[in-house]
Structures are given as C-alpha cells and as structure tokens.
Design a protein around this ligand. Structure first.
Ligand code: SAH
Ligand code: SF4
Length: 360
C-alpha cells in the first residue's frame, strides 16, 4: 500500500521514490511541480507523466486532496473554507479580504495545524471542543494548495503571497509537521512563499520557541501574550501554568538573540481587561524588548460572552503602550459575519457534518 502522502513530500523524497521505482530522476521535479505549484487533485492531471509510470508511483505515493465542504464569503470579501479530511474530521482555513487585497497583489491565507486544540484559551472557539488530532504535513500544505488552486482560476488569476499559522490548533505542539510544511511552501518550484511572509502564532510553548529560533530563524513569530500577569494569563491561556511568564519571556529573549527578529505579541482586548493597569504591566514587561504589540479586539464566540471594548478604550490602551516606546497596531476585524475571525474557527463538525456531507 502507498505510504507517502504526495503533498507532504519534499522533492528529495520524491527523487528517492523515483530511484527506488527505477524511474528517471527528472520525474521527481515534474511531480513536485504538479503537486506543489499546480495543486493537482488527481494523478490524471499530471499529463506529462506516462500512465505506466503513474501506476508505479502509486505503489509508493498517494494523493489526498481535501474535500471542500463549504465556502462562505463575508461582507468584507474574506472567504472561509470548511475542509473535510480522510477520516471525517473537519478543519477551517481563511483567505483574508480577497477583493481588497487584489489591488495590492497580496493574498494572505490563515491555516490550521491541528483538529481542535488542547490549550483551551478562555475566549477561543477552537479550544472548546478539545483536541482531536495533529494535522499531517500534507493536510497543512493542502489547505494552501486548495485555496491557491481556487484563486489561480479566478479572473484575474491570483496567487497566495502570505501565510499565517493562526487557524485552528497550536502550531508549536505539531512542531515537526509545521516546520516541514514551511519548507515545502517556501520552495521556489512550488508555492514559493517567502519565509518572511509566513508567521506562526503560538500560545507560548517556551521550549519550542527556543528551538524554532535555532531551526528556522526566518519565519515570523507571534506570541499570544494577552496579559503580563501570571494570575490573569493562567486563566486566559492555561498553558501559562506549564510555561509561566518568566519562562516564556526568557524563551522570547533567547529567540530574539538567536534570530534578531522582532516578535509580535498579540493581546486580545475585552471590555474586562482593557484597563490602564493591564496596559502598564504589559508596557513594563516588554519595554526594551524587540517587540511589536498587536491588539485584537476580542471577536464574539457564543459560549464565552466576552465583549469588545469601545474604540476609545482601545486607543487609550494603545497610547499607554506607546508611551513605553513599544510599536502598537490594532488588528482589523475580518470576516466576523461568517465567524472567520481570530478565535472563531471551530471546524463545525458537530453542527454541520450531516448537512454538509450530504449536500456534496
Ligand atoms: N494557537 C495559536 C494560533 C491560533 S489562534 C495561538 O493561540 O497563538 C490566533 C490568535 O487569535 C491568537 O492570538 C489567539 O489568542 C487569538 N484569539 C483566540 N480567540 C480569540 C477571540 N475570540 N477574539 C480575538 N482573538 C482571539
Ligand atoms: Fe488553541 Fe490558540 Fe485557540 Fe488557545 S487561542 S485554544 S492555543 S487555537
């Protein structure tokens, strides 16, 4: 039985497979381009590879496209995709602000790395259902490939240029698969997405932050900080009990030393935590650190009852941080009307599974 997932293979692995099967080595390059550049969904589409060779390749390699179960479009042009996996699990991915970004030739895709999430942050829909499983490399890369294929067919054709690992799941708890996905998506003969145009967001898996600094110093890093106080962060981001702020910040300092890259610290703001004291504490914690703060007005999740702060409150909060000479930006809300914004992805398997599967 074929055991290698085509979409999860680097060209060198395809070369080894070709060699074992007695095929010419240039086939590996052709195969990689069909899969990673053209995003084919079937072997039949690879028409410059003779059928006899395709059959041989199928003894070692399998192609497993994601099933598009539903595509929704928000008022702001953001698209959300619900994908079905081989075992019936579902994940969501987001293409941000498609129409507006068209004029800038910039298209950012937000992808998932796990089905569900074990971290269980207080305001996040993904964590509510608990952890189901890690995604494979092919399933991570596959989300970009399906969206890339879809926008390449639009008029005018478009290309995925930026990637954020900010969908469902904690990327650093699926570390090896995420690292390999970055490598594949960065390949010039594939999607060719610059390493610096890809960003991982983590809830704060301190040892893996250090390891990332050594393994891949080019990819962008965002840390979901949310609070500078352990007592608050323990509740909002429960992984803080395992890696408290002192340990997290030591890992971030080490990461900055290794990479000389600025870390983006994400801070979700609710009507509860938008207080002056919270801003002062964050300012003190991050003062002098190569940091940027991204404020995220909390997006509604039915089960949590958290409310967005008022615009003036957010500006005041930003002002306090700026007084510590920390650059601040406020994240624009995207696709909230279709639950496609930060923390709203849940791969709606319970709600939608029957309806969606039967309608395709
Ligand atoms: N698991 C990773 C990446 C996915 S979440 C992480 O936690 O960093 C991406 C970002 O959305 C994180 O900063 C997360 O804290 C934030 N987030 C989660 N729920 C949210 C909500 N309801 N409103 C706004 N941001 C939210
Ligand atoms: Fe998991 Fe991130 Fe959601 Fe926290 S915010 S539950 S780490 S996906």
């Amino acid at each position: 039985m074929a055991s290698l997932e085509l979409r999860g293979c680097l060209e060198k692995e395809l070369s080894e497979a070709c060699q074992k099967l007695g095929l010419k080595s240039f086939r590996a390059g052709q195969l990689f381009r069909w899969v990673q550049l053209n995003a084919v969904r079937s072997w039949e589409e690879m028409h410059n590879i003779p059928e006899s060779e395709r059959r041989k390749l199928q003894t070692m390699l399998y192609l497993s496209p994601l099933k598009l179960l539903r595509e929704q479009q928000a008022r702001d042009g953001t698209h959300k995709y619900l994908f079905g996996l081989e075992d019936g699990e579902c994940i969501e991915s987001v293409l941000m602000n498609y129409e507006r970004e068209l004029s800038r030739n910039r298209h950012t895709v937000c992808i998932s790395t796990q089905v569900g999430c074990a971290v269980g942050c207080a305001f996040c829909a993904t964590g509510l259902g608990g952890f189901r499983r890690n995604l494979s490399v092919g399933e991570i890369v596959g989300q970009v490939l399906e969206i890339s294929r879809s926008i390449a067919r639009k008029d005018p054709p478009a290309k995925v240029t930026n990637l954020v690992f900010m969908g469902m799941g904690e990327p650093l708890l699926n570390y090896e698969a995420v690292l390999k996905s970055l490598e594949i998506l960065n390949r010039e003969t594939g999607q060719n997405i610059g390493m610096r145009r890809m960003t991982l967001s983590t809830s704060g898996v301190a040892p893996k932050i250090r390891q990332l600094g050594r393994d891949n110093p080019q990819v962008g890093l965002a840390v979901s900080l949310h609070s500078a106080l352990d007592s608050v962060r323990n509740v909002l981001v429960p992984i803080n009990r395992r890696y408290p702020l002192r340990e997290l910040m030591a890992a971030c300092t080490e990461y900055i030393r290794l990479t000389n890259r600025r870390i983006t610290f994400e801070v979700a703001l609710t009507s509860e935590n938008v207080k002056r004291e919270s801003a002062e504490a964050l300012g003190k914690l991050l003062k002098g650190c190569l940091a940027h703060i991204n404020l995220i007005p909390v997006n509604p999740v039915a089960e949590t009852n958290m409310l967005k702060p008022k615009t003036e409150e957010i500006s005041q909060f930003a002002g306090i941080l700026e007084s510590y000479a920390i650059p601040v930006s406020i994240r624009e809300e995207r696709g909230t009307d279709i639950n496609a914004a930060c923390g709203q992805l849940r791969g709606q398997w319970k709600v939608d599974r029957n309806e969606s599967f039967s309608s395709l």
